[in-house]
Design a binder for this molecule. Structure first.
Ligand code: ATP
Ligand code: MG
Length: 463
Protein backbone atom coordinates (compact mmCIF):
# COMPACT_ATOMS: atom_id res chain seq x y z
CA UNK A 1 0.00 0.00 0.00
CA UNK A 2 2.71 2.43 1.09
CA UNK A 3 4.87 1.30 -1.79
CA UNK A 4 2.06 2.02 -4.18
CA UNK A 5 1.57 5.49 -2.76
CA UNK A 6 5.26 6.33 -3.12
CA UNK A 7 5.12 5.03 -6.64
CA UNK A 8 2.19 7.26 -7.43
CA UNK A 9 4.00 10.24 -5.95
CA UNK A 10 6.99 9.50 -8.12
CA UNK A 11 5.00 8.81 -11.22
CA UNK A 12 5.91 10.94 -14.21
CA UNK A 13 2.42 12.36 -14.20
CA UNK A 14 3.14 14.31 -11.01
CA UNK A 15 6.27 15.77 -12.43
CA UNK A 16 4.69 17.02 -15.61
CA UNK A 17 4.11 20.75 -15.35
CA UNK A 18 0.49 21.83 -15.51
CA UNK A 19 -0.89 21.98 -19.01
CA UNK A 20 -0.44 25.46 -20.47
CA UNK A 21 -3.41 27.72 -19.85
CA UNK A 22 -5.22 28.51 -23.04
CA UNK A 23 -5.65 32.16 -23.85
CA UNK A 24 -9.00 33.72 -24.53
CA UNK A 25 -9.07 34.19 -28.30
CA UNK A 26 -10.91 37.09 -29.78
CA UNK A 27 -11.50 36.80 -33.52
CA UNK A 28 -11.77 39.90 -35.71
CA UNK A 29 -15.52 40.14 -35.14
CA UNK A 30 -15.04 40.45 -31.36
CA UNK A 31 -12.48 43.24 -31.04
CA UNK A 32 -12.06 46.79 -32.26
CA UNK A 33 -8.42 46.67 -33.31
CA UNK A 34 -7.98 47.85 -36.87
CA UNK A 35 -5.03 46.32 -38.65
CA UNK A 36 -4.69 49.42 -40.86
CA UNK A 37 -3.64 51.49 -37.87
CA UNK A 38 -0.54 49.39 -37.27
CA UNK A 39 2.81 50.57 -38.56
CA UNK A 40 3.57 48.81 -41.83
CA UNK A 41 7.10 48.20 -40.58
CA UNK A 42 5.79 46.40 -37.51
CA UNK A 43 3.57 44.28 -39.76
CA UNK A 44 6.50 43.47 -42.01
CA UNK A 45 8.65 42.39 -39.03
CA UNK A 46 5.91 40.05 -37.82
CA UNK A 47 5.38 38.69 -41.30
CA UNK A 48 9.07 38.04 -41.85
CA UNK A 49 9.46 36.22 -38.53
CA UNK A 50 6.39 34.08 -39.19
CA UNK A 51 7.66 33.15 -42.64
CA UNK A 52 10.93 32.09 -41.01
CA UNK A 53 8.91 29.69 -38.85
CA UNK A 54 8.75 31.65 -35.58
CA UNK A 55 5.75 32.88 -33.67
CA UNK A 56 5.46 36.66 -33.72
CA UNK A 57 2.83 38.99 -32.26
CA UNK A 58 2.31 42.66 -31.60
CA UNK A 59 2.18 43.10 -27.87
CA UNK A 60 1.94 45.50 -24.96
CA UNK A 61 1.23 49.21 -25.21
CA UNK A 62 0.40 49.27 -28.91
CA UNK A 63 -2.35 46.62 -28.64
CA UNK A 64 -3.74 48.28 -25.50
CA UNK A 65 -3.71 51.75 -27.05
CA UNK A 66 -5.24 50.64 -30.35
CA UNK A 67 -8.07 48.89 -28.50
CA UNK A 68 -8.72 52.11 -26.62
CA UNK A 69 -8.53 54.28 -29.72
CA UNK A 70 -5.20 55.98 -28.84
CA UNK A 71 -2.33 56.46 -31.24
CA UNK A 72 0.40 54.03 -30.07
CA UNK A 73 3.74 55.62 -29.17
CA UNK A 74 5.62 52.72 -30.69
CA UNK A 75 5.11 49.12 -31.77
CA UNK A 76 6.57 46.20 -29.86
CA UNK A 77 6.82 42.68 -31.17
CA UNK A 78 7.10 39.49 -29.08
CA UNK A 79 8.50 36.39 -30.71
CA UNK A 80 9.64 32.83 -30.10
CA UNK A 81 12.92 33.64 -31.93
CA UNK A 82 15.98 34.43 -29.80
CA UNK A 83 17.63 37.85 -30.24
CA UNK A 84 20.33 36.26 -32.39
CA UNK A 85 17.74 34.53 -34.56
CA UNK A 86 15.87 37.79 -34.97
CA UNK A 87 19.01 39.63 -35.92
CA UNK A 88 19.79 37.02 -38.53
CA UNK A 89 16.48 37.74 -40.27
CA UNK A 90 17.04 41.48 -40.76
CA UNK A 91 19.83 43.53 -42.24
CA UNK A 92 18.89 46.57 -40.20
CA UNK A 93 18.74 44.97 -36.73
CA UNK A 94 20.79 45.55 -33.58
CA UNK A 95 20.78 43.62 -30.32
CA UNK A 96 20.62 46.00 -27.39
CA UNK A 97 20.30 45.89 -23.58
CA UNK A 98 21.84 43.94 -20.78
CA UNK A 99 19.16 43.70 -18.15
CA UNK A 100 16.78 42.88 -20.92
CA UNK A 101 18.20 41.85 -24.29
CA UNK A 102 16.13 43.01 -27.27
CA UNK A 103 16.48 43.60 -30.96
CA UNK A 104 15.86 46.96 -32.56
CA UNK A 105 14.90 46.72 -36.21
CA UNK A 106 15.48 50.10 -37.86
CA UNK A 107 13.38 51.49 -40.71
CA UNK A 108 14.60 55.01 -41.31
CA UNK A 109 13.64 56.85 -38.16
CA UNK A 110 11.19 54.22 -36.97
CA UNK A 111 12.39 51.45 -34.69
CA UNK A 112 10.45 48.25 -34.11
CA UNK A 113 11.41 46.63 -30.84
CA UNK A 114 11.45 42.85 -30.93
CA UNK A 115 11.63 40.88 -27.67
CA UNK A 116 11.93 37.14 -27.21
CA UNK A 117 9.22 35.43 -25.11
CA UNK A 118 10.47 35.39 -21.52
CA UNK A 119 9.57 33.47 -18.40
CA UNK A 120 9.16 34.79 -14.87
CA UNK A 121 12.08 34.22 -12.55
CA UNK A 122 11.10 31.60 -10.00
CA UNK A 123 11.08 33.21 -6.53
CA UNK A 124 13.56 31.96 -3.94
CA UNK A 125 15.52 30.17 -6.63
CA UNK A 126 19.05 29.77 -5.33
CA UNK A 127 20.47 29.37 -8.81
CA UNK A 128 18.80 32.57 -9.85
CA UNK A 129 20.37 34.44 -6.96
CA UNK A 130 23.74 32.82 -7.56
CA UNK A 131 23.67 34.05 -11.17
CA UNK A 132 23.06 37.54 -9.87
CA UNK A 133 19.72 37.87 -11.67
CA UNK A 134 17.74 38.53 -8.54
CA UNK A 135 18.62 40.85 -5.66
CA UNK A 136 18.07 39.50 -2.14
CA UNK A 137 15.13 41.92 -1.79
CA UNK A 138 13.40 40.03 -4.61
CA UNK A 139 14.25 42.66 -7.20
CA UNK A 140 14.96 41.23 -10.63
CA UNK A 141 18.25 42.50 -11.97
CA UNK A 142 18.47 40.60 -15.23
CA UNK A 143 15.63 39.21 -17.21
CA UNK A 144 16.90 36.95 -19.93
CA UNK A 145 15.26 33.61 -19.20
CA UNK A 146 13.39 32.69 -22.35
CA UNK A 147 10.04 30.96 -22.24
CA UNK A 148 6.83 30.37 -24.15
CA UNK A 149 4.07 32.81 -24.94
CA UNK A 150 2.01 32.04 -21.87
CA UNK A 151 5.02 32.56 -19.61
CA UNK A 152 5.76 35.75 -21.47
CA UNK A 153 2.25 36.97 -20.68
CA UNK A 154 2.57 36.10 -16.99
CA UNK A 155 5.79 38.04 -16.49
CA UNK A 156 4.36 41.25 -17.92
CA UNK A 157 3.23 43.90 -15.47
CA UNK A 158 -0.46 44.68 -16.00
CA UNK A 159 -3.21 42.61 -17.54
CA UNK A 160 -3.91 45.31 -20.12
CA UNK A 161 -0.24 45.17 -21.18
CA UNK A 162 -0.31 41.43 -21.76
CA UNK A 163 -2.46 41.28 -24.87
CA UNK A 164 -1.08 39.79 -28.09
CA UNK A 165 -2.27 40.64 -31.55
CA UNK A 166 -1.86 38.02 -34.20
CA UNK A 167 -1.62 40.19 -37.29
CA UNK A 168 -2.05 37.47 -39.90
CA UNK A 169 -5.14 35.98 -38.21
CA UNK A 170 -6.34 39.39 -36.91
CA UNK A 171 -6.96 37.71 -33.53
CA UNK A 172 -6.25 38.93 -30.01
CA UNK A 173 -4.83 36.43 -27.54
CA UNK A 174 -5.53 37.23 -23.90
CA UNK A 175 -3.87 35.13 -21.16
CA UNK A 176 -4.56 37.45 -18.22
CA UNK A 177 -8.08 38.83 -18.68
CA UNK A 178 -6.68 42.03 -20.06
CA UNK A 179 -9.61 42.65 -22.39
CA UNK A 180 -11.98 42.45 -19.43
CA UNK A 181 -9.87 45.03 -17.55
CA UNK A 182 -9.91 47.27 -20.58
CA UNK A 183 -13.70 47.10 -20.44
CA UNK A 184 -13.67 47.74 -16.69
CA UNK A 185 -11.12 50.52 -17.24
CA UNK A 186 -8.79 49.30 -14.53
CA UNK A 187 -5.08 48.78 -14.00
CA UNK A 188 -4.50 45.35 -12.49
CA UNK A 189 -1.17 43.66 -11.86
CA UNK A 190 -0.74 40.08 -12.99
CA UNK A 191 -0.01 37.83 -10.00
CA UNK A 192 0.57 38.81 -6.39
CA UNK A 193 0.86 42.62 -6.27
CA UNK A 194 3.32 42.82 -3.41
CA UNK A 195 5.65 40.29 -4.98
CA UNK A 196 5.45 42.02 -8.36
CA UNK A 197 6.37 45.38 -6.79
CA UNK A 198 9.21 43.78 -4.87
CA UNK A 199 10.52 42.33 -8.13
CA UNK A 200 10.44 45.76 -9.72
CA UNK A 201 9.34 48.79 -7.69
CA UNK A 202 9.14 50.89 -10.86
CA UNK A 203 5.88 49.06 -11.55
CA UNK A 204 4.32 51.33 -8.91
CA UNK A 205 5.18 54.32 -11.08
CA UNK A 206 3.95 52.54 -14.16
CA UNK A 207 0.60 51.85 -12.47
CA UNK A 208 0.18 55.56 -11.85
CA UNK A 209 1.39 56.49 -15.32
CA UNK A 210 -1.12 54.24 -17.09
CA UNK A 211 -3.94 55.24 -14.73
CA UNK A 212 -3.34 58.90 -15.60
CA UNK A 213 -2.71 58.34 -19.29
CA UNK A 214 -5.74 56.12 -19.90
CA UNK A 215 -7.97 57.64 -17.23
CA UNK A 216 -8.29 54.21 -15.57
CA UNK A 217 -8.68 53.27 -11.89
CA UNK A 218 -5.96 51.30 -10.16
CA UNK A 219 -7.76 48.16 -8.98
CA UNK A 220 -7.91 47.80 -5.16
CA UNK A 221 -5.48 44.92 -4.64
CA UNK A 222 -3.03 46.51 -7.07
CA UNK A 223 -3.28 49.86 -5.30
CA UNK A 224 -3.14 48.55 -1.73
CA UNK A 225 0.61 47.90 -1.26
CA UNK A 226 1.82 51.04 -3.06
CA UNK A 227 1.99 53.55 -0.18
CA UNK A 228 3.67 50.93 1.97
CA UNK A 229 6.25 49.97 -0.65
CA UNK A 230 6.86 53.44 -2.11
CA UNK A 231 10.18 53.85 -0.22
CA UNK A 232 11.59 50.96 -2.30
CA UNK A 233 11.99 53.45 -5.13
CA UNK A 234 15.05 54.76 -3.30
CA UNK A 235 16.92 51.63 -4.37
CA UNK A 236 16.27 52.08 -8.07
CA UNK A 237 19.23 53.35 -10.12
CA UNK A 238 18.96 57.11 -10.65
CA UNK A 239 19.11 57.00 -14.48
CA UNK A 240 16.14 54.62 -14.65
CA UNK A 241 14.12 56.85 -12.33
CA UNK A 242 14.96 59.85 -14.47
CA UNK A 243 13.64 58.06 -17.57
CA UNK A 244 10.46 57.12 -15.73
CA UNK A 245 9.93 60.68 -14.48
CA UNK A 246 10.18 61.99 -18.01
CA UNK A 247 7.51 59.52 -19.12
CA UNK A 248 5.37 60.47 -16.13
CA UNK A 249 5.63 64.22 -16.59
CA UNK A 250 5.97 64.66 -20.33
CA UNK A 251 3.20 62.27 -21.33
CA UNK A 252 0.52 64.97 -21.50
CA UNK A 253 -1.16 64.00 -18.22
CA UNK A 254 1.33 65.43 -15.75
CA UNK A 255 -1.15 67.21 -13.51
CA UNK A 256 -3.24 64.09 -12.91
CA UNK A 257 -0.07 62.04 -12.55
CA UNK A 258 1.16 64.38 -9.82
CA UNK A 259 -2.11 63.96 -7.89
CA UNK A 260 -1.77 60.20 -8.05
CA UNK A 261 1.93 60.24 -7.14
CA UNK A 262 1.08 62.30 -4.04
CA UNK A 263 -1.92 60.13 -3.20
CA UNK A 264 0.23 57.00 -3.20
CA UNK A 265 3.26 58.47 -1.43
CA UNK A 266 5.37 58.15 -4.57
CA UNK A 267 6.24 61.81 -5.03
CA UNK A 268 8.53 62.29 -2.01
CA UNK A 269 10.82 59.34 -2.82
CA UNK A 270 11.33 60.86 -6.29
CA UNK A 271 11.68 64.48 -5.18
CA UNK A 272 12.73 64.44 -1.52
CA UNK A 273 13.30 68.19 -1.08
CA UNK A 274 10.12 69.12 -2.95
CA UNK A 275 8.23 66.56 -0.88
CA UNK A 276 9.35 68.36 2.28
CA UNK A 277 8.45 71.75 0.82
CA UNK A 278 5.00 70.41 0.00
CA UNK A 279 4.55 69.33 3.60
CA UNK A 280 5.70 72.68 4.95
CA UNK A 281 3.60 74.76 2.63
CA UNK A 282 1.14 72.62 0.67
CA UNK A 283 -0.84 75.55 -0.65
CA UNK A 284 2.00 77.48 -2.24
CA UNK A 285 4.24 74.56 -3.30
CA UNK A 286 1.26 72.53 -4.50
CA UNK A 287 -0.13 75.36 -6.53
CA UNK A 288 3.23 76.21 -8.15
CA UNK A 289 3.92 72.61 -9.10
CA UNK A 290 0.37 71.94 -10.29
CA UNK A 291 0.37 75.07 -12.40
CA UNK A 292 3.72 74.15 -13.98
CA UNK A 293 2.41 70.69 -14.81
CA UNK A 294 -0.88 71.98 -16.15
CA UNK A 295 1.03 74.39 -18.42
CA UNK A 296 3.18 71.50 -19.61
CA UNK A 297 0.10 69.43 -20.43
CA UNK A 298 -1.40 72.32 -22.37
CA UNK A 299 1.79 72.90 -24.34
CA UNK A 300 1.97 69.22 -25.24
CA UNK A 301 -1.65 69.25 -26.35
CA UNK A 302 -0.91 72.25 -28.56
CA UNK A 303 2.18 70.61 -30.03
CA UNK A 304 4.53 73.18 -28.45
CA UNK A 305 7.97 72.19 -27.22
CA UNK A 306 8.52 71.44 -23.53
CA UNK A 307 11.77 71.08 -21.66
CA UNK A 308 12.59 69.05 -18.57
CA UNK A 309 14.74 72.02 -17.46
CA UNK A 310 11.67 74.17 -16.87
CA UNK A 311 9.82 71.34 -15.14
CA UNK A 312 12.66 70.56 -12.77
CA UNK A 313 13.13 74.28 -12.11
CA UNK A 314 9.49 74.43 -11.01
CA UNK A 315 9.47 71.17 -9.07
CA UNK A 316 12.47 72.19 -6.99
CA UNK A 317 11.76 75.91 -6.65
CA UNK A 318 9.56 75.62 -3.54
CA UNK A 319 12.42 73.82 -1.79
CA UNK A 320 14.91 76.64 -2.38
CA UNK A 321 13.98 79.21 0.31
CA UNK A 322 14.54 76.72 3.11
CA UNK A 323 18.01 75.93 1.78
CA UNK A 324 18.85 79.59 1.25
CA UNK A 325 17.86 80.28 4.85
CA UNK A 326 20.02 77.43 6.01
CA UNK A 327 23.10 78.94 4.36
CA UNK A 328 22.23 82.47 5.40
CA UNK A 329 21.83 81.37 8.98
CA UNK A 330 25.38 80.10 8.71
CA UNK A 331 26.58 83.51 7.69
CA UNK A 332 26.51 83.49 3.88
CA UNK A 333 25.26 86.68 2.16
CA UNK A 334 22.09 86.27 0.06
CA UNK A 335 23.63 85.68 -3.35
CA UNK A 336 26.21 83.08 -2.36
CA UNK A 337 23.57 81.47 -0.12
CA UNK A 338 21.30 81.21 -3.13
CA UNK A 339 24.08 79.73 -5.27
CA UNK A 340 24.94 77.20 -2.59
CA UNK A 341 21.29 76.27 -2.11
CA UNK A 342 20.77 75.80 -5.84
CA UNK A 343 23.89 73.67 -6.01
CA UNK A 344 22.84 71.49 -3.04
CA UNK A 345 19.37 70.91 -4.36
CA UNK A 346 20.55 70.06 -7.85
CA UNK A 347 23.10 67.60 -6.49
CA UNK A 348 20.60 65.94 -4.20
CA UNK A 349 18.03 65.63 -6.98
CA UNK A 350 20.56 64.19 -9.42
CA UNK A 351 21.56 61.52 -6.94
CA UNK A 352 17.95 60.43 -6.89
CA UNK A 353 17.01 60.92 -10.53
CA UNK A 354 20.14 61.56 -12.64
CA UNK A 355 18.93 64.70 -14.43
CA UNK A 356 21.38 65.22 -17.30
CA UNK A 357 23.62 68.28 -17.19
CA UNK A 358 22.07 69.62 -20.37
CA UNK A 359 18.93 70.19 -18.29
CA UNK A 360 20.38 71.13 -14.88
CA UNK A 361 22.38 73.96 -16.48
CA UNK A 362 19.39 75.73 -18.05
CA UNK A 363 17.41 74.97 -14.88
CA UNK A 364 19.95 76.94 -12.85
CA UNK A 365 19.85 79.71 -15.47
CA UNK A 366 16.07 79.95 -15.12
CA UNK A 367 16.57 80.39 -11.38
CA UNK A 368 19.33 82.99 -11.92
CA UNK A 369 16.98 84.86 -14.21
CA UNK A 370 14.54 85.29 -11.34
CA UNK A 371 17.17 87.32 -9.59
CA UNK A 372 17.92 89.42 -12.60
CA UNK A 373 14.39 90.19 -13.80
CA UNK A 374 13.70 92.76 -11.07
CA UNK A 375 16.85 94.68 -12.00
CA UNK A 376 15.85 96.63 -15.05
CA UNK A 377 17.62 99.98 -14.87
CA UNK A 378 19.85 101.46 -17.52
CA UNK A 379 20.56 98.97 -20.27
CA UNK A 380 19.78 95.96 -18.13
CA UNK A 381 16.24 95.39 -19.35
CA UNK A 382 17.32 95.34 -22.99
CA UNK A 383 20.24 93.08 -22.23
CA UNK A 384 17.92 90.68 -20.47
CA UNK A 385 15.58 90.62 -23.45
CA UNK A 386 18.51 89.52 -25.58
CA UNK A 387 19.36 86.70 -23.21
CA UNK A 388 18.51 83.31 -24.73
CA UNK A 389 17.07 82.28 -21.35
CA UNK A 390 14.80 85.33 -21.13
CA UNK A 391 11.66 83.61 -22.36
CA UNK A 392 11.95 80.71 -19.94
CA UNK A 393 12.84 83.08 -17.11
CA UNK A 394 9.86 85.30 -17.87
CA UNK A 395 7.47 82.33 -18.12
CA UNK A 396 8.84 81.13 -14.80
CA UNK A 397 8.19 84.53 -13.24
CA UNK A 398 4.55 84.35 -14.38
CA UNK A 399 4.33 80.87 -12.94
CA UNK A 400 5.57 82.09 -9.55
CA UNK A 401 3.03 84.90 -9.62
CA UNK A 402 0.21 82.54 -10.49
CA UNK A 403 1.14 80.50 -7.42
CA UNK A 404 0.71 83.60 -5.24
CA UNK A 405 4.23 85.02 -5.07
CA UNK A 406 3.99 88.79 -4.78
CA UNK A 407 6.46 90.44 -7.13
CA UNK A 408 5.13 93.99 -7.25
CA UNK A 409 3.69 93.60 -10.75
CA UNK A 410 6.99 92.49 -12.26
CA UNK A 411 5.38 90.02 -14.65
CA UNK A 412 2.98 92.63 -15.96
CA UNK A 413 5.83 95.11 -16.37
CA UNK A 414 7.79 92.66 -18.48
CA UNK A 415 4.75 91.72 -20.52
CA UNK A 416 4.23 95.35 -21.39
CA UNK A 417 7.91 96.00 -22.01
CA UNK A 418 7.89 93.33 -24.69
CA UNK A 419 4.81 94.77 -26.36
CA UNK A 420 5.71 98.45 -26.64
CA UNK A 421 8.10 100.35 -28.92
CA UNK A 422 11.44 101.90 -28.16
CA UNK A 423 10.35 105.29 -26.86
CA UNK A 424 7.82 103.78 -24.51
CA UNK A 425 10.46 101.39 -23.26
CA UNK A 426 12.73 104.34 -22.39
CA UNK A 427 9.80 105.88 -20.58
CA UNK A 428 9.17 102.70 -18.61
CA UNK A 429 12.79 102.54 -17.52
CA UNK A 430 12.76 106.20 -16.51
CA UNK A 431 9.67 105.62 -14.43
CA UNK A 432 11.26 102.88 -12.43
CA UNK A 433 11.80 103.99 -8.90
CA UNK A 434 15.20 103.14 -7.48
CA UNK A 435 13.66 100.25 -5.62
CA UNK A 436 12.02 98.85 -8.73
CA UNK A 437 15.26 98.81 -10.57
CA UNK A 438 17.43 97.50 -7.79
CA UNK A 439 17.02 94.26 -6.00
CA UNK A 440 15.05 94.28 -2.79
CA UNK A 441 17.35 93.94 0.15
CA UNK A 442 15.11 92.73 2.88
CA UNK A 443 13.81 89.26 3.00
CA UNK A 444 10.68 88.37 4.82
CA UNK A 445 9.93 85.02 6.26
CA UNK A 446 6.38 84.66 5.09
CA UNK A 447 3.85 82.33 6.66
CA UNK A 448 2.33 79.72 4.45
CA UNK A 449 -0.82 81.61 3.60
CA UNK A 450 0.58 85.09 3.29
CA UNK A 451 1.21 86.61 -0.09
CA UNK A 452 4.84 86.35 -1.01
CA UNK A 453 6.90 89.29 -2.12
CA UNK A 454 9.75 89.18 -4.55
CA UNK A 455 11.99 89.71 -1.59
CA UNK A 456 10.78 86.39 -0.21
CA UNK A 457 12.02 84.59 -3.23
CA UNK A 458 15.29 82.81 -2.69
CA UNK A 459 16.96 84.67 -5.50
CA UNK A 460 16.59 88.12 -4.02
CA UNK A 461 19.65 89.92 -2.81
CA UNK A 462 22.37 92.34 -3.68
CA UNK A 463 24.31 92.21 -6.83
P1 ATP B 1 4.02 53.06 -23.47
O1 ATP B 1 5.01 52.65 -24.53
O2 ATP B 1 2.77 53.66 -23.95
O3 ATP B 1 4.66 53.83 -22.39
P2 ATP B 1 4.00 50.27 -22.92
O4 ATP B 1 2.98 49.42 -22.22
O5 ATP B 1 4.30 49.94 -24.33
O6 ATP B 1 3.52 51.74 -22.74
P3 ATP B 1 6.78 49.88 -22.44
O7 ATP B 1 7.61 50.44 -21.35
O8 ATP B 1 7.05 50.29 -23.84
O9 ATP B 1 5.28 50.21 -22.03
O10 ATP B 1 6.85 48.31 -22.31
C1 ATP B 1 6.32 47.41 -23.27
C2 ATP B 1 5.68 46.23 -22.58
O11 ATP B 1 6.67 45.51 -21.81
C3 ATP B 1 4.60 46.58 -21.57
O12 ATP B 1 3.36 46.74 -22.17
C4 ATP B 1 4.64 45.39 -20.63
O13 ATP B 1 3.96 44.31 -21.19
C5 ATP B 1 6.11 45.04 -20.60
N1 ATP B 1 6.82 45.72 -19.49
C6 ATP B 1 7.46 46.89 -19.54
N2 ATP B 1 8.00 47.20 -18.36
C7 ATP B 1 7.71 46.21 -17.52
C8 ATP B 1 8.01 45.93 -16.15
N3 ATP B 1 8.70 46.80 -15.41
N4 ATP B 1 7.55 44.77 -15.63
C9 ATP B 1 6.85 43.90 -16.39
N5 ATP B 1 6.54 44.11 -17.66
C10 ATP B 1 6.96 45.24 -18.24
MG1 MG C 1 5.79 50.82 -25.60
Amino acid sequence: MLKKLIQTLRSPLRRTPPAPALPIELPRSQHALERERISRYALSVVDRLEKAGYQAYLVGGCVRDLLLGFEPKDFDVATSATPEQVRAEFRNARVIGRRFKLVHVHFGREIIEVATFRANHPTGDAEDEAQGSRHESGRILRDNIYGNQEQDAQRRDFTINALYYDASGERILDYANGTQDIRLRQIRLIGDPEQRYLEDPVRMLRAVRFAAKLDFEIETATAEPISRLAPLLRDIPAPRLYDEIIKLLLGGKAERTFELLCQYGLFAPLFPASGEALERDPEYAGSLIRQALANTDTRIREGKPVTPAFLFAALLWPALPERVRYHQDRGLPPIPAMQEAAHDLTQQQCQRTAVPKRFTMPMREIWDMQERLPRRQGKRADQLLENPRFRAGYDFLLLRESAGEETGGLGEWWTRYQEVGDSQRREMIKNLSREDGAPAKRRRRGGSNRKRRTSDAPTSGDE
